[in-house]
Design a protein around this ligand. Structure first.
Ligand SMILES: C[S@@+](CC[C@H](N)C(=O)[O-])C[C@H]1O[C@@H](n2cnc3c(N)ncnc32)[C@H](O)[C@@H]1O
Length: 188
């Protein structure tokens, strides 16, 4: 199993935001895009057992790590990881159906990947999320050009209004962190 120290540091603060952002009682379906080692998804699956989690990764080695974490924790609410390239249209995302998900989660991908991944993430989320679904992203969104909140807001405006409303919700979820600055436990 791969280990990312940053994921250990930030998994609990992110879980706290998730708890505030989604219904913690009724059954929900979530997709994590770029699950990395698998530390996050298995932590969130233990903290939010009402959610069925679909992990995904672009990197093949990470896919094996995610499934190792999944087996280690023996979590019935985590599906086997799927290969997913966020830069591709969501029709290529392992057969995930339009308007089928309550939550799309993406942590620390936007600022380290090509622009096409961010565009694919937002456009894809707009298609696969249910009307009241939430896209929650975590990353470094300030002091940068391509990774700034302005950039993300502009990207939201580039897609349809329906999608824009959902994305705004996600940005609002993120705002408290921006106002507070980047806490120590939320570093890369
Ligand atoms: C900094 S890591 C973050 C991993 C994990 N989310 C975390 O926070 O520990 C960036 C991730 O983006 C993924 N990635 C890179 N290109 C991608 C793409 N085209 N589609 C989806 N994920 C991609 C990498 O494989 C890597 O796991």
């Amino acid at each position: 199993m791969l280990n990312a120290p940053a994921a250990e540091r930030n998994k609990e603060p992110i879980l706290a935001v998730l708890r505030e952002s989604v219904d913690t009682a009724k059954p929900l379906n979530a997709l994590e895009i770029s699950s990395g080692t698998g530390q996050h998804v298995t932590h969130f699956a233990q903290g939010l057992r009402n959610i069925t989690w679909q992990p995904s990764e672009f990197d093949r080695q990470s896919l094996a790590s995610i499934d190792a974490y999944r087996a280690h924790h023996n979590l019935p609410n985590v599906k086997p990881a799927i290969h997913l390239d966020a830069s591709l249209p969501c029709e290529n995302w392992g057969g995930i159906q339009p308007e089928s998900l309550d939550l799309v989660l993406n942590i620390n991908m936007i600022h380290i990947s090509p622009m096409a991944c961010t565009e694919g993430l937002f456009k894809g989320a707009g298609t696969i999320l249910k009307p009241q679904g939430v896209l929650l992203t975590y990353g470094v969104y300030y002091n940068g050009v391509t990774s700034s909140v302005d950039y993300i807001l502009n990207l939201m405006l580039a897609v349809n209004k329906h999608v824009e409303e959902r994305m705004l919700e996600a940005i609002f979820v993120y705002f408290p962190y921006l106002e507070l600055g980047l806490p120590k436990n939320m570093q890369l």
